[in-house]
Design a protein around this ligand. Structure first.
Ligand code: TMP
Length: 231
């Protein structure tokens, strides 16, 4: 008998919004409640896509323009979906992904000025087999996000990457574009205030996940049969 399909949750937002930390926290919270969870990221998440990540974030493809970058992101995504995301969902595993299609729509679409029809086509090729069930858009003012990203880079001894090194105006537009996208797709997206401590943000995220995604895991189905509340 095949397992129920897993659910697919993506985290999106600008630089330094805490997506990676919150992806780990969310995966741990879901695992603690009995779900099998795969945590992953874009660009990357599979061997082929991680190789493309190096090319893209080094800035090596910048001179070829946003269309070429979009093709590289799409190629990375296709490999990631085929080799990791789709098999995991089919096996009943939940997938928590740090960035996905909305990052392309914002960075290559709104900021890069690429035609929405081209991006729709690329999305169809790369991601038709894995549509997010829920997208959490983590939101902080760009000044706060960039300061966090810079502090993190310093801690790790890393240079700012291709997109982090863009100016404040760019990151302000990234924020506005994510908020507009969330507003246009309220069924799928929820905006999370990502200011405050990781604990505070994790609690806000859990409230949204619990409200929107609830489906009993085996543990909870047993609790229900005994007539107890699943939460
Ligand atoms: P991050 O993993 O540190 O968030 O860096 C990934 C960078 O790549 C980030 O600046 C956003 C950018 N990006 C795109 O421009 N398009 C995409 O489709 C994805 C997934 C990321």
């Amino acid at each position: 008998m095949s397992a129920a399909r897993g659910r697919f949750i993506t985290l999106e937002g600008g630089e330094g919004t805490g997506k990676s930390t919150q992806a780990r926290r969310l995966a741990a919270a879901l695992e603690a409640r009995g779900y099998a969870v795969a945590i992953t990221r874009e660009p990357g998440g599979s061997v082929g896509a991680e190789a493309l990540r190096q090319v893209i974030l080094s800035g090596a493809a910048k001179d070829f323009g946003p269309a070429a970058e979009a093709l590289l992101f799409a190629a990375a995504r296709a490999d990631h979906v085929d080799s990791l995301i789709r098999p995991a969902l089919d096996a009943g595993t939940w997938v928590v992904c740090d960035r996905f299609i909305d990052s392309t729509r914002v960075y290559q679409g709104v900021l890069g000025g690429l035609d929405a029809a081209l991006l729709d086509d690329l999305e169809q090729v790369a991601a038709a087999a894995a549509r997010p069930d829920l997208t959490l858009v983590l939101d902080v003012p760009p000044q706060v996000g960039l300061a966090r990203a810079a502090a993190r880079g310093e801690e790790r001894g890393e240079e700012a990457d291709r997109f982090e090194s863009e100016g404040l105006a760019f990151h302000g537009k990234v924020r506005d574009a994510f908020l507009a996208l969330a507003k246009a797709e309220p069924e799928r997206c929820a905006v999370i205030d990502a200011a405050g401590t990781p604990d505070e943000v994790a609690a806000r995220i859990w409230d949204v996940v619990a409200a929107r995604m609830w489906r009993p895991a085996p543990k909870r189905q047993a609790a229900k049969r005994r007539g107890t509340k699943p939460r």
